[in-house]
Design a protein around this ligand. Structure first.
Ligand code: AMP
Length: 130
C-alpha cells in the first residue's frame, strides 16, 4: 500500500507544499516542533534513509539544503536543524526544524498551527526558495 507521503505527492492527501522537482517534494510537517518545520522526501518510496541509492541520497541532501536555506531566510531562528527519524512514517523524510534551543529539537514539545498559520508560513518559505 502507498505510504501517506506517496499519497501527498500524488495530491490524494492535501499538504502545505514548499517545493517540488522531478525527484523530491517538500511540505510543512502537520504537527510541527516549531513553526516552519518542514519535511523533504524523495518521490521514490523507500522506508529507510540508508537504503536509498547513493544518487537519491545525495539528491535529497542537496534538495534539503536548498529548502533549509529558504527556511533560514524566512523564519527568525538561531539555525535550521536537520534530522532523520522515520519511526512513524515508513517513507524517507528529512526533518528541517527552525531551532532556538534544544527543546525545539526534542519532538516532545509541539506548536499547534492553524490553517492560516500554515498557509502564511508556506508562502514565506516558498518566496525564499532560490
Ligand atoms: P517520523 O516518522 O518519526 O520521522 O515522523 C513523521 C512525521 O511526519 C511527524 O513529524 C508527523 O507530524 C509528520 N506527518 C505525518 N503525517 C503527516 C501529514 N499528513 N502531513 C504532514 N506531516 C505529517
Amino acid at each position: 500500500m502507498a505510504s501517506i507521503f506517496t499519497k501527498i505527492i500524488k495530491g490524494e492527501i492535501p499538504s502545505y507544499k514548499i517545493a517540488e522537482d522531478d525527484n523530491f517534494y517538500a511540505f510543512l510537517d502537520i504537527n510541527p516542533n516549531t513553526p516552519g518545520h518542514t519535511l523533504c522526501i524523495p518521490k521514490k518510496e523507500v522506508d529507510r534513509l540508508l537504503d536509498l541509492d547513493e544518487e537519491t541520497y545525495m539528491g535529497l541532501m542537496a534538495f534539503s539544503r536548498k529548502v533549509g536555506l529558504a527556511i533560514e531566510a524566512a523564519i527568525p531562528c538561531d539555525r535550521v536543524g536537520l534530522t532523520v527519524i522515520g519511526l512513524e512514517v515508513p517513507h524517507v523524510h528529512v526533518h528541517l526544524i527552525p531551532l532556538n534551543d534544544m527543546r525545539d529539537a526534542t519532538f516532545q514539545h509541539k506548536v499547534p498551527q492553524s490553517k492560516d498559520d500554515f498557509m502564511e508560513i508556506a508562502e514565506k518559505i516558498k518566496a525564499k526558495i532560490k
